[in-house]
Design a protein around this ligand. Sequence first.
Ligand SMILES: Cc1cc2nc3c(=O)[nH]c(=O)nc-3n(C[C@H](O)[C@H](O)[C@H](O)COP(=O)(O)OP(=O)(O)OC[C@H]3O[C@@H](n4cnc5c(N)ncnc54)[C@H](O)[C@@H]3O)c2cc1C
Ligand code: SF4
Length: 333
Amino acid sequence: MINADYQVATSAGDAVALKHRHPEAAFIGGGTNLVDLMKADVARPPLLIDVTHLPLQEVVELRDGGLRIGALARNSDTANHALVRSRYPLLSQALLAGASAQLRNMATAGGNLLQRTRCYYFYDTGFAACNKREPGSGCAAREGRNRIHAILGASPQCVATHPSDMAVALAALRASVRVLGPGGEREIALADFHRLPGDTPDRDTQLAADELIVAIDLPPPRFARAAHYLKVRDRASYAFALVSVAAALDMADDGTVRDAALALGGVAHKPWRLPAAEQALAGRRLDSAGIARAADILLAGNAPLADNGFKVELARRGIERALRTAAAQGATS
Ligand SMILES: Cc1cc2nc3c(=O)[nH]c(=O)nc-3n(C[C@H](O)[C@H](O)[C@H](O)COP(=O)(O)OP(=O)(O)OC[C@H]3O[C@@H](n4cnc5c(N)ncnc54)[C@H](O)[C@@H]3O)c2cc1C
Ligand code: SF4
């Protein structure tokens, strides 16, 4: 564990100004990922900027009928919020599938989006080769143990996956992230917030070094009745997803799918959502042909590694099960 200075931010603007002056500093939310990384000597911020006292903890309804989740709302509070449970059950389910009750009580919405990959080699500094930790050093996972790694969108430089369950549901629900920088606020679509690794896997997201996440916005609810978050993992709890599927349907009374929300987790460096896969389900009844078409689109170009070919079939079956479970819930609610 390294020594770091510590300062409490008194306002969001103060936090951003501090980070602008000290680009190597780190904001600290619940600390459930950052402190682990500091203990492992992977993160070495000289200054911790504590943002937990900022008034960004509320979940509030927006004028257009959508919902704003403050960046400091705790995962357990968000998952159990009455409006989240009733209008965005997919998000509530995804949050409750993550970590443990104790961790969810600490973890914040902003910190959850920015948690780092669980690639073993990234956490273990005994392995010198990790382009995400040390740009230009190589990638130990490519020829090492890569059962948990990416099958889509990876690069020769990095095959890591993004671990957040919440982000997968948010991508499916077409959420956006509000960030504050020295020049003011901007909004980034959740689906564009996380990056593919390319030649710069050390950068996980589009966030600039001096930007603070202030909120996550959800559009007005369309997928409240038929939603299912399926998480397939090695243990029934307290484990990250091998593959997850966020699926929700907006169904007409005659059983036609008006709109679908669909994203995969555990398969890429970001939540994996392709609007064309959702369009393949719309305008028809949910049937095997439509589901297979959506899966084909989502999994096109998959490139498994030595140990993770099983993820392709797992994702295909997961897509079918999640969509059918969502539809069945819609039919009974
Ligand atoms: C044993 C264990 C099991 C877990 N299992 C799961 C799981 O199954 N699914 C899952 O999704 N997660 C899981 N997690 C991860 C957990 O959800 C994250 O650690 C947590 O969400 C991070 O939130 P935090 O507030 O503690 O972030 P911190 O640790 O405080 O911060 C994480 C990162 O975000 C930055 N940051 C924090 N807030 C902001 C902000 N507002 N603006 C800009 N930057 C910010 C920090 O600088 C840091 O880089 C697990 C964690 C552990 C330890
Ligand atoms: S997959 Fe990415 S995070 Fe893992 S060792 Fe390779 S470069 Fe590092």
